[in-house]
Design a protein around this ligand. Structure first.
Ligand SMILES: Cc1cc2nc3c(=O)[nH]c(=O)nc-3n(C[C@H](O)[C@H](O)[C@H](O)COP(=O)(O)O)c2cc1C
Length: 209
């Protein structure tokens, strides 16, 4: 018999564990923001999804710290309405994971960890120079639920590593792209083990999508 779990009867942490451990692997949004005082911040968030293209929206969900206060990323988005979502590939996973350490708001994780950045075009948050992909976002809508702040960002610019995108066909050269997925804690998977089902449209290959 399948194990049927009544979610109404679970505590929030138990619900979180069941969803976060089963809905895997999740892509990770490596989010940069800037505080009202100008301090840059970076942190990873795997409660993250693409949710639409007209307007083009990304969603990132941030819980509160045990003490009840908001994470720096949430405080900064509330203050500026801006953020940048990067995807990290294998070469950057350690730097991305290191950005999850809880530092006080005046600490710039990027500077602390020696992660090189450059200015974005339309938002004040910095772009991580080595990230294969960065989406500049302006806050489109914010939802507040008892456990979380949920931000919908409208993508205004996409920055992609040189050669990653074929702009004639709007295809991505997957040979140059290996974002990691998250299972939980600091437990990741690569995206190297790719396969296309027989009969998949010919324009969909494991090299280009
Ligand atoms: C790979 C990874 C994914 C994470 N995903 C989330 C998430 O989706 N939501 C969240 O609130 N915290 C998540 N965290 C924890 C935050 O990164 C962590 O609380 C961080 O300190 C927040 O930084 P900030 O205060 O600078 O915003 C994740 C951590 C890691 C390592």
């Amino acid at each position: 018999m399948p194990d049927v779990i009544d979610f109404d009867a679970l505590a929030p942490y138990e619900r979180y564990k069941m969803m976060a451990s089963l809905i895997v692997p999740r892509p990770v949004a490596w989010v940069t923001t800037r505080s009202a005082d100008g301090v840059a911040n970076a942190a990873p968030f795997s409660m993250f999804a693409m949710v639409g293209e007209e307007p083009p929206l990304l969603m990132v969900s941030m819980d509160r710290r045990k003490e009840g206060n908001s994470k720096d990323s949430a405080v900064n988005i509330d203050a500026t309405g801006e953020f940048v979502v990067h995807l990290a590939d294998e070469s950057l996973v350690e730097a991305m994971d290191a950005c999850s350490a809880a530092h006080p708001p005046e600490v710039d994780e990027l500077e602390l960890l020696g992660i090189e950045t450059r200015p974005a075009e339309v938002v004040g948050a910095p772009i991580i120079a080595d990230a294969p992909v960065a989406f500049e976002c302006e806050l489109w809508q914010r939802l507040e639920i008892p456990s979380r702040h949920i931000y919908f960002g409208q993508v205004r610019r996409l920055h992609a590593r040189d050669g990653l995108i074929d702009r004639e066909l709007w295809r991505v050269n997957l040979g140059d792209y290996s974002p990691v997925g998250r299972f939980g804690a600091s437990f990741y998977t690569t995206t190297q083990d790719r396969f296309a089902l027989a009969g998949a449209p010919t324009r969909t290959t494991i090299d280009s999508l």
